[in-house]
Design a protein around this ligand. Structure first.
Ligand SMILES: Cc1ncc(COP(=O)(O)O)c(C=O)c1O
Length: 423
């Protein structure tokens, strides 16, 4: 039966068989909750294919993807150059020997060192953002000999025990407490609060340059620079979580570049694998890395930085540079935000604000129920979106950076129709 999943042209009966088995096995073998609590979509919609900024279900229904796998599809679905690279790799090598040196790991680390701001130049690879954040906490503890971390209100850093300990969202933390000790929450975007919490016990301060799951919250001018100064004054490492904001999403390669700030460590994930292969990374400078030479295996893992993963990232970087994808994200983001602001103008009683940077955009509703209703209605109009994890009143708009202007205008037209139906 599973081979049906590889078939190109399915009959109506075969489609129905796949739908029935998928929904049955989600309930029996994954979690029935996934069928009950879909954020915006119909729980029987089965993903089947994707191309560019379009996601297609098993019936051939085409959605404009404004969710982008929560930020994974910077180059859209199935970027051809990324697929070509990984196909070639697979003809020669599978994953990673764990013993011989990997030329792919070395080349990607070199490229990241060239792209990243400041003096960051070392990299360790993992498969997910939370894993890389956990590794960064360990690196900070090693580098400073300290064991406390400051983390921001409304932050999201992932769901492993370490990353969750830095994540300040009650509903996803509470069932798992006590979490890892040593994480101190301070108010986001408040330098006085940070200064009051700083001490010579702090190993690192972790923050997103723009809070993604917190509701697409941009920092005030001067905030990130202020964090940098406080870290320097107290000997703590500045750790920027660029898992969602990195790799072009905001219209710069890394989100913090908008504010001219250079961190000691930066974590990356999501888009790094070109939308084809999971790969994440912790990237840092000498100050962060200096103890790791003693035992380079302190923060390694089995799958991170396999040849196919690194090849995908390398191909993605090449295409993004060739096509000016990052610059495109900045221009398209400006257009998208302008059109959305015009669209919400007659519906001010529903909307608290439209904000964004590059193609990381949030529309905040006054009432959470309206945000949920509009996200569902957008789905019925063939646009994929979802609310942000920590702030369900905000619908995120996070399409592939290669989305066309025509697609942007279509999304805004359908969004406008949703607002009219919400009135
Ligand atoms: C800023 C940020 N950090 C970390 C993560 C966790 O990444 P992953 O789900 O790959 O573990 C996310 C995921 O949404 C994120 O947005």
């Amino acid at each position: 039966m599973w081979k049906l999943l590889l078939k190109q042209d399915l009959t109506a009966e075969e489609k129905q068989a796949i739908i029935d088995r998928t929904t049955e096995y989600y309930g029996k073998h994954l979690n029935p909750g996934f069928l009950k609590y879909k954020k915006s979509s119909d729980s029987k919609a089965i993903e089947w294919s994707g191309t560019g900024a379009t996601m297609v279900d098993i019936h051939g229904r085409r959605f404009i993807d404004c969710l982008g796998g929560y930020g994974v599809y910077v180059l859209g679905h199935r970027a051809p150059e990324v697929i070509a690279a990984v196909e070639k790799v697979y003809r020669r090598i599978g994953m990673y020997s764990q013993e011989l040196l990997s030329p792919f790991q070395a080349e990607l680390a070199h490229q990241l060192a060239k792209l990243s701001p400041g003096d960051m130049k070392y990299t360790y690879y993992h498969s997910g953002g939370a894993e890389s954040n956990d590794a960064a906490f360990k690196i900070a503890r090693l580098a400073t000999g300290r064991h406390k971390h400051i983390t921001m209100s409304n932050s999201f850093h992932g769901k492993t025990m370490g990353a969750l300990s830095a994540t300040n969202r009650e509903s996803i933390r509470k069932p798992f407490e006590p979490l890892v000790p040593g994480f101190i929450e301070v108010q986001w975007d408040d330098l006085e609060a940070l200064e009051a919490a700083m001490s010579d016990e702090i190993a690192s301060v972790i923050l997103e340059p723009v809070q993604g799951e917190g509701g697409i919250n941009l920092p005030s001018d001067g905030y990130l620079k202020g964090v940098r100064e406080l870290c320097d004054r107290h000997g703590a490492l500045m750790h920027l979580d660029e898992v969602q904001t990195g790799f072009g999403r905001t219209g710069r390669w890394f989100g913090a570049q908008h504010w001219g700030v250079e961190a000691d460590m930066m974590t990356l994930g999501k888009a790094l694998g070109g939308g084809i292969y999971p790969i994440s990374a912790v990237h840092g400078n000498e100050r962060a890395w200096h103890r790791l030479e003693e035992n380079p295996w302190w923060v390694t893992n089995t799958f991170g930085g396999s040849a196919p993963a690194c090849a995908c990232a390398l191909a993605a970087i090449e295409v993004m540079q060739r096509d000016g994808v990052v610059e495109q994200a900045a221009a398209k983001g400006e257009l998208f935000v302008r059109l959305l602001r015009e669209a919400v103008e007659p519906h001010k009683h529903l909307i608290a604000g439209v904000r964004g940077i590059g193609l990381l955009i949030g529309v905040e509703f006054i009432r959470q129920e309206d945000a949920v209703a509009v996200a569902k209605n957008l789905f019925s109009k063939d646009v994929l979106t979802a609310h942000t994890i920590n702030n369900p009143a905000v619908i995120r708009i996070e399409p592939p950076l290669i989305i066309s202007e025509d697609e942007i205008r279509q999304v805004v037209a359908r969004f406008t129709a949703c607002l009219e139906e919400c009135d």
